[in-house]
Design a protein around this ligand. Sequence first.
Ligand code: 5GP
Length: 195
Amino acid sequence: MKARERGTLFVLSGPSGVGKGTLRARALKDIEGLTYSVSCTTRPPRPGDREGVDYRFVSEDEFSRMVEQGRFLEYAKVHGGPRYGTLREDVERELDVGRDVLLEIDVQGALQVRSLVPDAVTIFVLPPSEEELERRLRGRRTETETELRARLESARRELEEAPKYDYVLVNDDLDEASAALRKMVMDSREGRLRR
Ligand code: 5GP
């Protein structure tokens, strides 16, 4: 019997407040055969966060140990605070059985994946404008004014990385952006079938 085709790794990234989380949730609901890799983080859980579903919450010491053991495909300190990382074993297990895997990670992490996994499909989510990004960040009310300024500043820097990605997706209308993301996954699957 022919060995099962390996899955594809999709990386959804972009600045904070651009709507990556919402797009990710929609993609997982709408696209059959796509699995999400739950990240590890050293940030404390927020109300409503579920251990092992939204994140695996670990201490700084545990995270450092996992780094030393080489268990992360990528990891990064996000917004100068907590660390976040993708477990290599989770991604490999799913890809090996032929399932496509979606990561939703920050720009530093996405660039690491891009150099480590050349056939990963990288997608940069863009806000319709800088003003709209600021409006969305303010609307979330999860950051202080100082944090908000810092996020907008990193967003400006991160936007310059967009040309390094395979696709750029403007998240203006959620339905349209979700449909475009779905098409990227479907096109990539077709390309794989044609190979
Ligand atoms: P939050 O703490 O608000 O859930 O996420 C903060 C940021 O961390 C988001 O931009 C999210 O995409 C990013 N992030 C989540 N998981 C990972 C990960 O495993 N690696 C990296 N590099 N970033 C992550």
